[in-house]
Write a new protein. Structure first.
Lengths: 113, 113
């Protein structure tokens, strides 16, 4: 069966360090992979999109990698700040199946000052 | 630009009651979606629409109905609420299918007693 896995345990890091979050998937052939940020009581907010033929994408302090052989995406936040504390969700687009994103359950990031 | 607006923000229903959740978007997006979010399970797709007058089933459609009579509105109905439908409901919209970021509302927290 299709599955998207994100670490359910919270990630705690010190301010200034790099946070790395993982998204693994099975039985998908995603054309695109997206990352979202969700704050408590709010809807998810789009951060980055990476295509299947791209290895890496950057936006300011954010970097996403996409390895279709390992079936994994890594999401990095460099020089992390307490304001980066939130839950981060990955989501996959398929060429086949429903024309809608499928989401992982998210990883909560806590950046300590 | 309000983006995606959901009403109501909170609602408590008794088992067997019915209600309609309203989603409105002002971005002229073709695609609209209803997701539910439960602890540890992430966002699960209920129904979606690829344009005015169209709807399609998602991953967990049972117990819900939807309508998209106008391009800017997407309604989610619960005909006979059950405690298992206690959840946070998110509406989202996007410009297109694959590769388009989703824009989310801030959710409706529904409790069924």
């Amino acid at each position: 069966s299709q599955k998207i896995e994100q670490n359910s345990e919270a990630l705690n890091i010190q301010e200034g360090k790099t946070a790395t979050l993982t998204c693994n998937y099975t039985n998908y052939s995603p054309a695109y992979l997206q990352w979202y940020r969700q704050d408590p009581g709010r809807g998810p907010v789009f951060l980055l999109l990476i295509r299947e033929n791209e290895k890496e994408k950057r936006k300011e302090r954010l970097k996403v990698t996409f390895d279709t052989t390992l079936k994994q995406s890594l999401f990095h936040i460099t020089a992390s700040q307490p304001a980066d504390s939130a839950t981060y969700l990955c989501a996959l687009d398929n060429y086949t199946g429903r024309r809608a994103l499928t989401f992982g359950s998210g990883t909560r990031l806590q950046v300590q000052p | 630009n309000a983006g995606v607006t959901q009403t109501p923000k909170f609602r408590v229903l008794k088992t067997g009651q019915s209600m309609t959740l309203l989603c409105a978007q002002d971005m002229n997006h073709e695609y609209m979606y209803w997701y539910r979010q439960d602890p540890g399970m992430g966002l699960r797709l209920i129904h979606y629409s690829v344009g005015e007058g169209t709807t399609a089933k998602g991953e967990v459609p049972d117990g819900y109905n939807v309508s998209r009579l106008k391009k800017q509105n997407f309604l989610l109905g619960l005909e006979s609420a059950a405690p298992s439908q206690t959840s946070v409901y998110f509406c989202a919209s996007s410009f297109g299918p694959l590769g388009s970021p989703l824009h989310f509302g801030n959710g409706t927290r529904l409790t069924v007693t």
